[in-house]
Write a protein that binds this ligand. Structure first.
Ligand code: F6P
Length: 473
């Protein structure tokens, strides 16, 4: 395996400071977990932001640096203004809502483009300084869309891949962005541009045609004398690891306690970052509709909703939190009793084992984002069900819906239809549940994260070698 130079906004570990103790902990999210093994195997380095280190003393900073260096992680520190303008600003106030089709959430005046471009320059500079001939560079996600192009200028012969972890929207949406051409040209610096689904790849190709006049022929596009390949590579999870955790004695004990305390109740589970793309309010309204329609289920149906705090400094996230809080209060106020409430709402991070316990306890797992690049929670749920039970309700607007066809697929904007799906899931006979779950699990296991990494890197490395490319230009 060639040496991999991974470049992502966040490192797979984040600095955690507690009083006088400082350490690095695993960053949440599929990107961090998914790429850890290839990073270990390739012996290369991973460049990214380790989180806020502004309050660390010089000695603590040295301590962190030695821990990062043992993991072959190279930190790129962001200043407070870069966090606010590059990360919270252009990345999460402009690109994030744009790629999720939520144009109304984009500020009317975007003042953060320059900061975005500058931080992308910093990433490219640092990555180029760690490059060794023969390395494969793999750049990740929307925070770094200019990096492939900036690297290409510095390293014309390097092998560069880019993967977009969120949806790529229809060209009708993408073209609304003032800096649309710069971003497309940035991505075209890569040899291979990957997306979770063929339809995102198709949207990207349409944008290339409409905005840059570039035609894609059988997944290939010629740009500045080079061939750039575009393709769908659905990301998977480490299914084996999740399955193993779900069978650990601690998890099974947690499951037993949870089941005992929920005796006589059916459990719905939702696990999301608290993000306005995740469709949490409509999901709760669907539960409310079920309770309205079926009085017999009152007191016998409970939703455990985990909301992991995320991007808390961005106003829309804070407003969304208020909206969810209010809805939980309203529904619990209406349908709660002195003994129980219909929504058990937990605003905090959970570790892998706690999550596995919840996945195992769920009669129905609700994954109903209004838009989502892939959604790995849906896959984690299936991997954690070696008992082959549980029903997955999955939004048709999650990338995972193009693979997990044995879920109950719903339109997350249609509250009535989601209520119907919850009722159907609760009624589903056990043999149907098992048949569906078996198929889902087979899918999740065969297209796991190792398959994903392998298929992306094999495609990238199968492209003409830099010297051949040089000759043909
Ligand atoms: O999957 C999209 C993504 O933005 C990843 O790039 C990131 O690791 C994850 O979501 C969590 O987001 P953030 O780094 O903003 O906390």
């Amino acid at each position: 395996m060639p040496r991999l130079l991974l470049v992502s906004n966040r490192l797979p570990v984040t600095v955690k400071a507690e009083k006088d103790h400082v350490s690095v902990v695993r960053s949440p999210g599929g990107l961090a977990t998914g790429l850890s093994r290839p990073h270990e195997r390739s012996g290369g380095v991973w460049i990214g932001w380790p989180g806020d280190v502004s309050r660390l003393s010089a000695a603590q900073r040295t301590q962190v640096e030695s821990q990062l260096s043992a993991l072959r992680c190279v930190p790129l520190y962001l200043s407070a203004s870069e966090v606010s303008r590059f990360y919270e600003g252009y990345s999460n106030r402009v690109l994030w809502p744009l790629c999720h089709y939520l144009l109304d959430r984009i500020p009317r005046q975007d003042r953060d483009w320059e900061a975005y471009a500058k931080v992308n320059e910093r990433f490219a500079e640092l990555a180029a300084s760690h490059y060794q001939p023969g390395d494969t560079i793999w750049v990740h996600d929307y925070q770094l869309m200019l990096v492939p192009g900036l690297l290409r200028k510095r390293l014309p012969e390097a092998r560069i891949g880019y993967f977009h972890h969120i949806p790529f929207p229809s060209s009708e949406i993408f073209r609304t962005l003032p800096h649309r051409e710069d971003l497309l040209r940035g991505l075209l610096g890569a040899d291979l541009v990957g997306f979770h689904t063929p339809s995102y790849a198709h949207h990207f190709s349409s944008s290339l045609l409409r905005l840059l006049g570039l035609e894609t022929d059988l997944d290939n596009v010629t740009y500045e004398g080079r061939t750039v390949r575009v393709g769908g590579f659905p990301m998977g999870i480490d299914a084996e690891a999740f399955e193993k955790v779900s069978q650990e004695p601690g998890v099974l004990e947690e499951l037993r306690v949870l089941k005992e305390r929920s005796a006589g109740q059916r459990l719905l589970v939702g696990i999301d970052r608290l993000d306005y793309t995740k469709g949490i309010p409509r999901r709760m309204l669907a539960l409310q509709r079920v309770l309205e329609r079926q009085p017999a289920l009152r007191g016998r149906l409970r939703l455990i909703q985990v909301a992991v705090p995320s991007r808390t400094q961005v106003e829309d996230y804070a407003a969304y939190r208020d909206k969810v809080d209010e809805l939980v209060g309203r529904i619990n106020g209406m349908y709660g009793t002195v003994h129980n409430v219909p929504i058990h709402y937990l605003y905090r991070s959970f570790n892998e084992k706690q999550l596995a316990g919840l996945y195992r306890a769920a009669d129905v797992m609700l994954v109903t984002p209004v838009r989502d690049g892939m959604n790995l929670v849906a896959k984690e749920f299936c991997a954690c069900r070696p008992d082959e039970d549980g029903v997955l309700i999955l939004s048709e607007f999650a990338g995972a819906a193009s693979e997990l066809r044995d879920a109950l697929i719903v339109n997350p904007y249609d509250v009535e239809a989601m209520a119907d799906a919850i009722e159907e899931a609760l009624r589903m006979p056990v043999d149907t549940r098992r048949r569906r779950m078996r198929t889902l699990r087979a899918q999740v296991k065969s297209r796991d994260v190792h398959w994903w990494v392998g298929s992306f890197l094999d495609t990238l490395q199968g492209m003409p070698t830099p010297s051949i490319r040089k000759g043909s230009v």
